[in-house]
Ligand binder design. Sequence first.
Ligand code: FMN
Length: 359
Amino acid sequence: MSLLFSSTTLGPLALQNRFVMAPLTRSRAIGNIPNDLMVKYYAQHASAGLIITEGTSPSPNGLGYARIPGIYSAEQVAGWQCVTKAVHPLGAKIFVQLMHCGRVAHPLNLPAGARLLGPSAVAAGGEMYTDAKGMQPNATPVAMTEADIKSTIDEYARAAKNAVTAGFDGVELHGANGYLLEQFFRPTSNHRTDRYGGSIENRARFVLEVTRAVVGAIGNDRVGIRLSPFGAFNDMPAYPATEADYTYLAGELNAIGLVYIHLVDHSSMGAPPVPESMKATFRRVFKRTLILSGGYDAVRAESDLAADKCDLVAFGRPFLANPDLVARWKAGAALNAPDMSTFYTPGPKGYTDYPTLTV
Ligand SMILES: Cc1cc2nc3c(=O)[nH]c(=O)nc-3n(C[C@H](O)[C@H](O)[C@H](O)COP(=O)(O)O)c2cc1C
C-alpha cells in the first residue's frame, strides 16, 4: 500500500496522502448554514489528504435539496470558516464543492424569492424529498435567459471568492450527476437553440464560462471540476456522442489549466460503467491532477495508482461510515458498513457517531 499512503502534491498544495474524501451531501445544514455538528464531522475526517465538502450552493437558486449548505451569505461563510479552521490543523486540505442543483429541485426546498432554473423548461424525471410534503416530483424549471446565465456565472465567481475568505484551499465545480452544469452540457436536458445549446461547442459554453470566471476570481491552482461521463443519475440518459463530447471538454479544461479533474464512475451504484478508453482519454489529454472515484477499495485504489491511471482516489461510502478510514486500512482493520437510513437525516445519528478504531 505504498502509494495510497504516501504524501503528494496537488498544484501548490502538499497532501499528507492520496486519500480524497468524496463529496457527500448529508443534509445537516439547518437553514442552509454550516453548524457545529458539521465542524465536528469534517474534523473527524481530517486524516484524508484532501476533503471535498458536500455539494454547497453558490446561490439561493441552487438549493434544490432540503438542508444543504450555501456559500453566498456572510453567515454561511462564517460557518464554513469554523470548518476549515478545525480541519487544517489536523492535516487535511479542503475544497468546497460548488453545486447548483438547477432543475433537480423543488420549490418547497428553495428559500423565499429563489428561482428554480434550468437550461430549458424540461423537468428531470424522478422525485425530490421535501421536509414539508415528503417526496414530490422534480419541478419544471424556468429556462434561463442570457441575463440569468450571466448572473449565475457571477454567483459562481462570488462563491469562489467567499470560499477563499472562508479558508478553503479551493473549490470543486460540480459538473457531474445531473446538476446545472451537466444539465447544460447534455443534449437530453438542454434543448436551447441559442449559443448555449445545440452543438457541443454551444452546450459546453456554460460550463467553460463558469470555469473561466471562477479561475479568474481565485486562480487556476484553486479550481477543480467533477465530471460524470456516462453518469445516469438525475435523469441523464446515455447518448451516442458521450465519449466525443467529453473528449472535447477534457481538451478545453486542459487549456484553462485547472488544478484537477475528478471523474466519477457510478457503476457501483447502478449506472453504466465509464469505459476505460474514456478514463484513458482524460489521463492523456488533461495534464494536471486526475482523481478517480466510484466503488473503490484500498486494493483497487493502490492498483490504479500503481498503473498511473490517476494521481488521487476519492472514496465516498467507505469514508462516510469510517471517519478513520486511513488508519483502518493502514491497520488492515474491518470497515463499518454505511447506514443508508441516516444518509440525509438531521442530527448526529449516522453522521458523527460511527465508531473509530480507538473507541
Ligand atoms: C449519501 C451520499 C451523498 C452524496 N452526495 C454527493 C454530492 O454532494 N456531490 C457529489 O458530487 N457526489 C455525491 N455523492 C456521490 C459520491 O461522491 C461518490 O461518487 C459515490 O458515493 C460513489 O463512490 P463510493 O463507491 O466510494 O461511495 C454522494 C453519495 C452518497 C452515498
